[in-house]
Write a protein that binds this ligand. Structure first.
Ligand SMILES: Cc1cc2nc3c(=O)[nH]c(=O)nc-3n(C[C@H](O)[C@H](O)[C@H](O)COP(=O)(O)OP(=O)(O)OC[C@H]3O[C@@H](n4cnc5c(N)ncnc54)[C@H](O)[C@@H]3O)c2cc1C
Length: 487
């Protein structure tokens, strides 16, 4: 039997778990970091954002995690850690495809939208090849003298007096970890949610999507495909494929993220009402059936092969979930244990980092004090608020996806929320109790609710009764402008 007696047990060594373990250790906690997998391992969730990098930098400086600082930007990471595979990300690119037709760039750029994330290559964000980034952070944790255990599957967590007993197996050998605090960073597995029988629901969520994804090599370059189709790249704020590329298709979209080692992460996210899930259908077969309907995408993937990491595409059922609680006496979970909405606009990494910052502040101020439980309750409520808010934001985008102009208008709410959060953060106005994307801002919430209500109503009425695109966009202006002016 392997046994530990620690202050902090972290279950799951993705980037979130490793960072939390290092922060805990900086605060003087005896820490153990456990994972059932062994690094390097494949995982998804790869596109960082300006908020993610801003918060990561803050964490690194606050908790003196110097070795991690270069990771806050593509250029510095590439220079300091050339072995950690990344891809350059200058922003979010969106292209609107018509079923059965090659992509045809328009002179007025009405079927494309390039949203800059940063002004130049030197300040660019990155796509993280999670296999490398997570392994790098795990090694950093180990280098910081944190006890780490891979190949260790946690099977149960129980309360034993004033401590937790985290039980599992390291290969065949039983493991018992006695800990004052358990941090659940196990992603969708939700180890603590299962152990404490915390309900996780799906039906209360509005977004209804599933995904097929994998890593490919030899994918044709989108920048070239765009130009071959007659697209003019002069005037683009950045090279359109050095971005989180979103190809909007009927009832869903495809993401493409290019890494500098020639790997492309690609996935289809599908509205489940339009593309119902069939558990007996092979993901590879469905992928080909859908991609073949879009000749320019089909051409990009004509010579593509699955990368050795993923021999087959991964296919999921509905992605959405939300837990009733994300924390309680002596435990907390990272936001993506507490719930998940959808990869559209890439909120995942940033939300986790904001959650890490909030939890770290709670440990710093309330560890060992009477108000710890109340602070954890507040954290738990904030995670739920964030997930519900992201659900509404993204639902609005899905409701408008058939009409690119409306989709752009609806997506502006996300970019407004993102700008508000960045501005408040830089001005020092984000306190630990504040939510990611200003999800707790009443005016912003109200604006998003109005958009969802209007789009829901429109979806139920004949197209001729819908407002013109320009009128709808002016209406969005009317919602967004006061938010920005009064902030
Ligand atoms: C299709 C898809 C696309 C996404 N795209 C994006 C994106 O572009 N940008 C973005 O920001 N986010 C994205 N996300 C969200 C993102 O994947 C997650 O937010 C992120 O991976 C979570 O990282 P993590 O470190 O918290 O957890 P994970 O990376 O999930 O790590 C959890 C770890 O826990 C371990 N574990 C699980 N159970 C146990 C157990 N019982 N015992 C011990 N260890 C255990 C696992 O082995 C794993 O290593 C996407 C998600 C999906 C599903």
């Amino acid at each position: 039997m392997i046994q530990f007696d620690v202050d902090l047990a972290v279950i799951g060594s993705g980037f979130g778990g490793s960072l939390m373990a290092m922060i805990g250790q900086r605060m003087g906690f005896r820490t153990v970091l456990i994972d059932r997998a062994k690094h390097p391992r494949f995982t998804i969730g790869e596109s960082s954002t300006p908020i993610a990098n801003m918060v990561l930098r803050d964490l690194v400086q606050r908790y003196k995690l110097a070795g991690i600082e270069p990771l806050c930007q593509y250029a510095s990471a590439e220079q300091a850690y050339p072995d950690v595979t990344l891809g350059i990300k200058r922003g979010f690119s969106y292209f609107w495809h018509r079923t059965g037709e090659p992509f045809q760039p328009q002179a007025d750029r009405s079927n494309e939208w390039l949203v800059p994330g940063n002004p130049d290559d030197s300040t660019a964000d990155a796509h993280w090849l999670r296999r490398d980034v997570d392994q790098f952070l795990f090694k950093q944790a180990r280098a910081n003298a944190i006890a780490t255990m891979e190949n260790t599957d946690v099977t149960d967590v129980t309360r034993d007096g004033d401590r937790w007993c985290v039980a599992g197996y390291h290969s065949e050998e039983p493991v018992r970890i006695y800990a004052q605090f358990v941090l659940d960073a196990s992603g969708g597995t939700g180890v603590m949610l299962k152990a404490l029988e915390i309900p996780v629901s799906v039906d209360c969520m509005k977004t209804k999507t599933r995904t097929l994804y994998g890593h490919f090599t030899d994918v044709g370059n989108w920048f070239d495909a765009y130009q071959q189709a007659g697209g003019i790249v002069e005037g683009h704020p950045y090279r359109c494929d050095e971005a989180a590329v979103h190809h909007i298709i009927e009832g869903g979209w495809m993401w493409q993220l290019q890494f500098r080692n020639g790997v492309t992460s690609a996935g289809l996210v599908l509205d489940q009402d339009r593309h119902p899930y069939h558990p007996d259908r092979y993901p590879d077969e469905e992928w080909h059936l859908i991609v073949e309907r879009y000749p320019t995408l089909a051409q990009q993937f004509a010579g593509a092969r699955m990368h050795e990491e993923t021999f087959h595409l991964v296919g999921t059922d509905r992605l959405q979930r939300i837990a009733e609680r994300s924390a309680g006496a002596g435990w907390a979970s990272l936001p993506n244990v507490g719930g998940f909405v959808d990869p559209l606009h890439g909120t995942g990494i940033a939300q986790i980092l904001c959650g890490i910052e909030r939890l770290a502040a709670i440990w710093e101020h309330s560890w060992g004090r009477d108000d710890l439980e109340a602070q954890l309750d507040a954290y738990s409520r904030t995670v739920r608020t964030e997930i519900e808010f992201i659900d509404s934001l993204l639902h609005a985008c899905y409701l408008s996806m058939d009409d690119f102009s409306r989709f752009k208008s609806a997506s502006r709410l996300y970019f407004t929320a993102s700008s508000m959060y960045q501005r408040r953060f830089r001005q020092g106005r984000i306190q630990p109790e504040h939510a990611f994307l200003c999800a707790d801002d009443d005016l912003l919430q109200n604006a998003v609710t109005q958009v969802v209500d209007r789009l829901t109503e429109e979806a139920q009425s004949p197209p001729e009764q819908r407002a013109e695109a320009a009128e709808f966009d002016r209406w969005i202006d009317g919602l967004v402008e006061p938010l920005e002016k009064n902030d």
